[in-house]
Design a binder for this molecule. Structure first.
Ligand SMILES: Cc1ncc(COP(=O)(O)O)c(C=O)c1O
Ligand SMILES: N[C@@H](CCCC[NH3+])C(=O)O
Length: 434
């Protein structure tokens, strides 16, 4: 029986994830627990790839690993023959540990340190996404010192304000990311790069933001990239081999969200680039996308055990779980909404009174779900939140010195622990006596 907008399977009144009983997972590994249904990750990647193949264009699907980076995630991306986007030395290190091929890595960031750039160059990352003039200088020095070369792309801000949470907008002129096109910063950066024989200018990149539902912004940004290519072709005889249109395709978190399938955004982008390149008489470039959330988000579930309850007479009932803002900061940070079920009572009828799901952290703002109708709740019940796979564990913290949860991958009815739960010993491992 389906009680919310997520299609989910049940067996013996329990929520099933990837053919595995979620209540058994909660008992086996403890809670809070993050569970990924790996088949969903693979399916989404394959949907993206089909769009490019149906449109007969060269492409790469580059997973934006900030959404959830781990050795196991990078290994899946390797199996799926994807590229990855990394944004720190830590993500490069983890990808190396996973045996991920470095030539399929794009290195992003608006303040990459000299150490990080050196690490990227020494490990032969596929392309460095240049974001600002300071970084061009740093990279140029590192390439001279190491007497080597690298591929680069310029990240530009196309001047497009996406309709999403302010913290998730990145393509507008007033942004900390990338080179501005209007004021000719991007053009100046291009000239510097073209005059540097150690930098191979592979293409242009734009990412307008995250959790976007409208196709228009993406199409406009894509057209802007082609227009810029035409301009640069005319002025400098330079034509990008690659246009990287970023990620940002919105997913469903709650009944308020009604996004189109992520691959439909890509289809619109690809068609826009084909048409505009044709109009401008340009060769069709390879098209790269960098989705994070849409690949990993819907595949993730957070499982919690229900503990205390506080009924505020005639106001509301607070039901508290054994996790909260430390494993999912999104509700507190962006007022993000989620849906959930009681995993051990998955087919039971919901009660008429809505409850509020609170976390265990010492913050009044630590509320995971403001209002939800659940079946009769008892301590020990398991709550499963949907679509928690992106920017959940990835933004986890040890606030209140709570432990970061374990992460389990399930596929074909099998479960596998891929990140251990932290231990108390882990919490003090870096501490020193005073
Ligand atoms: C440069 C870049 N590429 C890709 C992404 C991935 O975005 P999303 O997870 O919304 O697909 C981000 C994050 O917003 C980003 O900053
Ligand atoms: N962390 C944000 C998205 C930021 C995307 C990275 N540029 C979220 O959870 O929605």
């Amino acid at each position: 029986m389906i009680k919310n907008d997520f299609d989910y399977e049940t067996k013996n009144n329990h929520l099933m994830i990837g053919g595995v009983d979620s209540v058994e997972l909660a008992h086996k590994y403890g809670t809070p627990l993050v569970v990924y249904d790996v088949s969903k990750i693979r399916e989404q990647i394959s949907h993206f790839k089909s769009v490019f193949e149906d449109n007969h264009v060269d492409y790469e699907v580059s997973y934006a690993s900030k959404a959830f980076a781990s050795v196991a995630t990078y290994q899946i991306m390797k199996q799926e023959n994807c590229h990855i986007d990394v944004v720190s030395g830590g993500e490069i290190y983890t990808a190396l540990k996973a045996g991920f091929p470095m030539d399929k890595v794009s290195f992003h960031g608006n303040n990459k340190s000299a150490e990080e750039l050196k690490m990227a160059v020494e490990n032969h990352v596929g392309v460095i996404m240049l974001d600002n003039f300071h970084e061009i200088e740093l990279l140029s020095k590192i390439l001279n010192d190491l007497d080597t070369q690298t591929n680069v792309m310029l990240r530009i801000t196309p001047g497009i304000s996406a309709h999403t949470h302010e913290y998730d907008q990145t393509g507008q002129v007033d942004s900390k990311f990338g080179f501005d096109v209007e004021s000719k910063q991007a053009e100046k950066a291009l000239e510097i790069v073209l005059n540097n024989p150690r930098m191979n200018m592979l293409g242009i990149h734009a990412h307008i933001g995250s959790q976007i539902f409208e196709v228009n912004g993406f199409v406009m940004a894509a057209e802007k990239l082609v227009d810029l290519s035409a301009d640069w072709h005319q002025k400098f005889g330079y034509q990008p081999e690659v246009l990287n249109v970023g990620g940002g395709f919105g997913i469903k978190y709650s009944e308020e969200d009604d996004p189109i399938a992520p691959e439909k955004f890509v289809d619109a982008i690809v068609k826009a680039i084909k048409q505009r390149s044709n109009q401008k008489g340009l060769n069709l470039p390879a098209i790269w996308i960098e989705p994070g959330r849409s690949i990993i988000g819907p595949a993730g579930y957070n499982l919690y055990t229900i503990g205390s309850r506080k009924d505020v007479p005639e106001i509301k009932s607070y039901i508290t779980v054994d996790g909260g803002m430390g494993d999912n900061i999104r509700p507190a940070l962006y007022q993000a909404k989620y849906e959930a079920v009681l995993a051990n009572k998955a087919n039971d009828e919901p009660e008429s009174n809505a409850v509020r799901i609170a976390g265990k952290y010492c913050e009044s703002g630590d509320i995971l779900i403001q209002n939800i109708n659940l079946p009769h709740i008892e301590p020990g019940d398991v709550l499963a939140m949907f679509a928690t796979g992106a920017y959940g564990y990835a933004m986890a913290s040890n606030y209140n010195l709570n432990l970061k949860p374990a992460v389990v991958f399930v596929e074909n009815g099998q479960d596998k622990l891929v990140i251990k739960r932290q231990s108390y010993e882990d919490l003090v491992r870096l501490d020193l006596e005073y």
